[in-house]
Design a protein. Structure first.
Length: 214
């Protein structure tokens, strides 16, 4: 059995974890998730039936983790050498932006995609304030930092980078120079490219199968 069981559908946030697994260099087996017939093992592990979800077959027993940013950080912990974890000096930026992307940024971009607007006068109650405030704040940081923690790539870049990647490709983020320059830096990573290649191959295969069925 591989070290990690990875529930995956290429058209989902499990792409983030696919990249994280490759950055971490841990052995994993992919368990395909068909939206219309989710594997029982996924539902047993995560009653939300959501992916990404992984099961780490650790020496002292299985550990189930869901929520993409939690999985990313967990993988940085179990990765050989732990080089994707922040140094003590980098910890503040690492956790700040990891949680910023999981909270305000995810909420702001989802609200935008769904057409939900914060009612006038209620920005103070919404964790993301407004789409503009959230996006401007991320831009402010990335304009001055090559990576989330400064000069060095850490696991936070897999999660924040995935949000920027997705946002630029699908238009949920504006195409600003700081986002484009950041994307260029993380897209140069071998692990990013390997995950993308695998992702594109799975999409092509699914499209071929649906054409054959049709
Ligand atoms: N909060 C979760 C969100 C996961 C999520 O919504 N995944 C979607 C795919 S992108 C999913 O599994 N959808 C299937 C469903 O809800 O049944 C995370 O950040 O990991």
């Amino acid at each position: 059995m591989a070290e990690i069981s990875f529930f995956h559908n290429p058209m989902s946030r499990s792409q983030i974890v696919h990249w994280a697994l490759r950055e971490a260099g841990v052995a994993f087996e992919t368990v395909p998730v068909d939206w219309n017939a989710k594997p029982q093992a996924l539902l047993d592990a995560n009653p939300m039936g959501k992916i990404p979800t992984i099961i780490h077959h650790a020496a002292d027993g299985d550990v189930t983790i869901s929520e993409a940013p939690a999985i990313c950080h967990y993988l940085a912990e179990v990765a050989p050498g732990q080089t994707l974890l922040p140094t003590p000096r980098e910890r503040g930026a690492y956790f700040r932006w990891l949680f910023f992307a999981a909270g305000p940024l995810e909420q702001a971009t989802t609200a935008r995609a769904m057409g939900w607007e914060v009612p006038e006068g209620r920005e103070g109650m919404a964790g993301f304030g407004s789409y503009e405030r959230t996006v401007d704040t991320l831009e402010w940081w990335l304009a001055d930092h090559d990576f989330v923690c400064g000069e060095r790539f850490t696991m936070a870049d897999v999660y924040v980078g995935s949000a920027v990647d997705w946002g630029l490709v699908f238009g949920t983020l504006p195409d600003r120079p700081a986002f484009a320059a950041y994307a260029e830096r993380f897209r140069a990573h071998d692990a990013y490219r390997a995950a993308k290649d695998a992702h594109n191959a799975l999409i092509a295969q699914a499209q071929q199968e649906s054409q054959q069925d049709g």
